[in-house]
Design a protein around this ligand. Structure first.
Ligand SMILES: NC(=O)c1ccc[n+]([C@@H]2O[C@H](COP(=O)([O-])OP(=O)(O)OC[C@H]3O[C@@H](n4cnc5c(N)ncnc54)[C@H](OP(=O)(O)O)[C@@H]3O)[C@@H](O)[C@H]2O)c1
Length: 337
């Protein structure tokens, strides 16, 4: 790479259905110069996350869309390489929404310090960052599991799902994970200690859930939506909690799918269904980070990362994630630590 340039991935066109490589462009520009009061950051780790698919649509949701020609949004761990503010020093490690690019400037308001003592740098956008906080607060605050409960999680080997299942085990729950390959099922059961794994591509999910959850499902942590969620709703326990974290099976549909088709079962089981955003718990993220880091240190919590090298490979990796090709938290290694 030419050290004098900044390579960035822009949105060339809006995907129609599943994203394709032609929707992305790789642009090389001079490294941006920080203004007075700003810092220049060199990216080390870029996080690839399903929410980015939503930002590629021309609709306002809880955040504005990426503009055509604009850098794709994304969380980055990086190092300050130039500081024109006393608030930061060269060498500081930071995390912030700096996008799919090798260098970015910031006035510091969107940056948080990274404490390398808590874990490897990549975890600041993984298990100790946004996905880890999503798992922790979504499960504990929204799902409210009790010891002995049966907890089901979909996209169970992914960045969020793998953490949800392990925290549920720490809380004394029985855990059933749903994922899309035998390798992922083997991982969550044999490595992470989930009680049962269901492969939604080869198993009859309804029958497998009925047999794995004879007393019904107390907490469902929903990462995918669609038919898997319908199948879960047919196996609920009374007073169960459905945590609507994400609906990845719907993100690439040109037209919204029909459903859910069995909401009446919430009445039958006096169940509660609740959506949440990780940001609603921002004031408590330090608590989540501390507890997760503690469980990792005690050997109670493991995590798996799926690392791709080079910013130029981010689009293909992101497209792969939408098709289940990632195995663990998907990260781009943008530069050496
Ligand atoms: N509410 C919040 O604040 C918040 C924050 C972060 C993430 N999320 C949501 O949490 C979910 C998981 O995110 P993540 O970062 O942990 O991603 P991830 O699970 O690491 O990666 C996505 C996984 O989704 C599965 N998948 C893809 N298409 C699917 C389909 N049609 N049906 C079923 N599964 C499918 C694939 O695994 P398989 O091989 O198992 O299919 C894929 O590996 C997403 O829905 C995301 O939007 C929400």
């Amino acid at each position: 790479m030419n050290q004098e340039s900044n390579r960035k991935v822009i949105l060339k066109s809006r995907p129609d259905g599943y994203p394709e490589l032609s929707n992305f462009g790789l642009v090389e520009e001079p490294i941006p110069q920080p203004k007075e009061g700003e810092v220049l950051i060199k990216a080390i780790w870029l996080s690839l996350d399903p929410y980015m698919r939503g930002r590629m649509r021309d609709v306002q949701s809880y955040a504005p869309p990426v503009q055509l020609g604009g850098v794709i949004v994304g969380g980055v761990v990086g190092r300050v390489v130039e500081a024109r503010t006393p608030a930061f020093a060269v060498g500081d490690l930071v995390v912030g929404p700096l996008g799919w690019q090798e260098y970015a400037t910031s006035d510091g308001r969107n940056l948080l310090p990274v404490d390398p003592a808590l874990g490897p740098l990549s975890t600041a956008v993984g298990i100790l960052g946004m996905p880890g906080m999503t798992a922790y607060f979504g499960l504990l605050d929204v799902g409210r599991p009790n010891p002995g409960d049966t907890v089901v999680v979909s996209a169970a080997s992914g960045a969020v799902g793998q953490v949800v299942g392990q925290i549920a085990r720490i809380m004394g729950c029985r855990v059933i994970g749903i994922a899309g390959t035998q390798e992922k099922i083997d991982y969550i059961v044999k490595e992470l200690g989930f009680d049962v794994g269901i492969n939604y591509k080869t198993d009859d999910v309804r029958a497998a859930l009925a047999s794995a959850c004879p007393l019904g499902i107390d907490v469902y942590f929903d990462n995918v939506g669609g038919d898997i969620t319908d199948a879960v709703m047919e196996n609920l326990a009374d007073f169960s909690r459905l945590v609507i974290c994400g609906q990845i099976s719907q993100y690439n549909l040109a037209e919204p799918a029909l459903g859910p088709r069995n909401v009446r079962l919430l009445t039958t089981h006096q169940a509660r269904m609740e959506g949440f955003l990780v940001f609603q718990f921002t004031a408590r993220h330090d608590e989540g980070r501390r507890r997760i880091a503690g469980w990792i240190r005690e050997g109670k919590l493991k995590y798996k990362e799926d690392v791709v090298d080079g910013i130029e490979n981010a689009p293909a990796a992101f497209i792969g994630m939408m098709r289940g090709e990632n195995f663990g938290k998907l990260l781009v290694k943008v530069s050496q630590e």
